[in-house]
Design a binder for this molecule. Structure first.
Ligand SMILES: Nc1ncnc2c1ncn2[C@@H]1O[C@H](COP(=O)(O)OP(=O)(O)OP(=O)(O)O)[C@@H](O)[C@H]1O
Ligand SMILES: Nc1ncnc2c1ncn2[C@@H]1O[C@H](COP(=O)(O)OP(=O)(O)OP(=O)(O)O)[C@@H](O)[C@H]1O
Ligand SMILES: [Mg+2]
Ligand SMILES: [Mg+2]
Lengths: 256, 256
């Protein structure tokens, strides 16, 4: 049975998409069966995985609205890449239509049920907001992976995110856990990064991944080639860090 | 009469709040009368300006819903700082309530009318989405300042933003112009930054500010002290760049 992970943080630009795309590719390299769901109207995870968000005949939007089953919309990948349930700007209109549906928070969860036996991991890239799309991801998820830039505004926003997780757990998804917090774009030379990192360690203990993603230009270059860095430049520090993250995650799940 | 500028880009983490807070402070240093409106539920511009988003008796939320006039909610600053119309997480609920109001897109524009004679500039920090809050800012604005990180996903998202500006101009605010595109977190050593910058120059010509904001750690440190970098460390490259931006903007407006 697939483990469903939401990659979420309402703070913008903290590395949600970079984590989603590269972790999906790294888990696939470790011979897992992986699906990546792009739930962000920006469609960045779609483009970063090599698909064209402007040329989709259908996307996760139709799946949320019940117009297509997920398996018809998924773009299967070859041996080396992860499958993709693509997203694009249609999601903005879908979110408004979702608001008037009775089971609006659990549309994605229902849509993923028939897929769970086919995958080991289903990752969901979330938009930078605590909107109905992100709530759908949190209701569908077993765990939340929180990418954290080690800076003030990102740290400051963590309280609001944890509050939302608590409300979703209480009312909509009892099993929702924090899978882990991941330090991203980390610059060890900066006092600010070290200070924030120390605060995260004090608060979250072993829910903070030991793996830290360094700031590495190859992670920013890879999307313009439509590839995860894990394929674009496997020897880069950014790619190696995501392979290490996949390894840490797999070890945790095997122990559990 | 105040010039109203929306600081907008749905791509997350491109420097909207950093630009809003530091440009407001720099314009104030240049002896302009300045109001900063925080329209992001994250409340980052509020915290970055030294206010406490958790201790507000009222915020821009009440102003949008017509429960309080803006002048009662504004936190006047001393001589050296900009006035603030603060925002916080209440904005998330306000956005849902706005959806059912008849004039939902122009609530902010109406609320700012009585303030226009008191200020030279009104800056609006927008959330990372093309939602009803951002549309309110675009309807209220004379111009849009677009912070642009010179990386692939930010460049890729520009088309969607320009499309939204076009729709707002056609249906809701004929006078809406692009005030300018601002290159942020710029690292001249990176080929990616240089490539993207060249593409922006080719497409936007003189609508691209000559002033470029460099990546500078003091800009990331200042918010944890509740101050704009322009006050926290006026000699830093980040602060100097925002003072230069204010100068470039004032020269453009005087010439117009
Ligand atoms: N470790 C890193 N080193 C260097 N650049 C990075 C790193 N991680 C992400 N980036 C770049 O920083 C920018 C922001 O990252 P990304 O888009 O993944 O964040 P996000 O949280 O998904 O943003 P949004 O809130 O808009 O969805 C992108 O241009 C990306 O390529
Ligand atoms: N030029 C810069 N140099 C270094 N750090 C910067 C710079 N500009 C912004 N930052 C830091 O980068 C992070 C993102 O910037 P900021 O929060 O201003 O972006 P934003 O577009 O407002 O994000 P959001 O989409 O969440 O509203 C913040 O931690 C900020 O302190
Ligand atoms: Mg993203
Ligand atoms: Mg912001």
């Amino acid at each position: 049975m697939a483990r469903v992970l939401a990659i979420a943080n309402q703070k913008g630009g903290v590395g949600k998409t970079t984590t989603s795309v590269n972790l999906a590719a790294a888990l696939k390299l470790a011979r897992c069966r992986v699906l990546l769901v792009d739930l962000d109207p920006q469609g960045n995870a779609t483009m970063g995985s090599g698909a064209d968000k402007h040329a989709l005949s259908a996307s996760v939007c139709e799946v949320l609205l019940g117009e297509q089953p997920a398996e018809r919309v998924i773009q299967p990948a070859g041996e080396a890449w992860h499958d993709l349930l693509p997203g694009n700007a249609d999601l903005t209109a879908a979110e408004v239509r979702l608001m008037s549906l009775p089971d609006r928070e659990s549309r994605l969860r229902e849509a993923l049920v028939p897929l769970k036996s086919r995958y080991d991991y289903i990752l969901i890239d979330c938009p930078p907001s605590l909107s109905m799309l992100t709530v759908n991801a949190l209701v569908a998820a077993d765990g939340v992976l929180i990418p954290m830039q080690c800076e003030y505004y990102a740290l400051e926003g963590l309280t609001a995110l944890l509050g939302t997780l608590e409300r979703v757990r209480a009312r909509l998804n009892r099993g929702l856990q924090i899978e882990g917090l991941l330090r991203t774009m980390y610059d060890p030379r900066s006092n600010l990064s070290r200070d924030v990192s120390a605060q995260l360690q004090a608060h979250f203990g072993d829910r903070l991944y030991r793996t830290v993603i360094p700031r590495n230009i190859r992670l920013a270059e890879a999307p313009s080639h439509g590839q995860p860095a894990v394929h674009y430049d496997r020897q880069s520090r950014g790619a190696i860090a995501h392979v290490a993250l996949a390894g840490e995650m797999l070890r945790r799940h095997r122990r559990a």
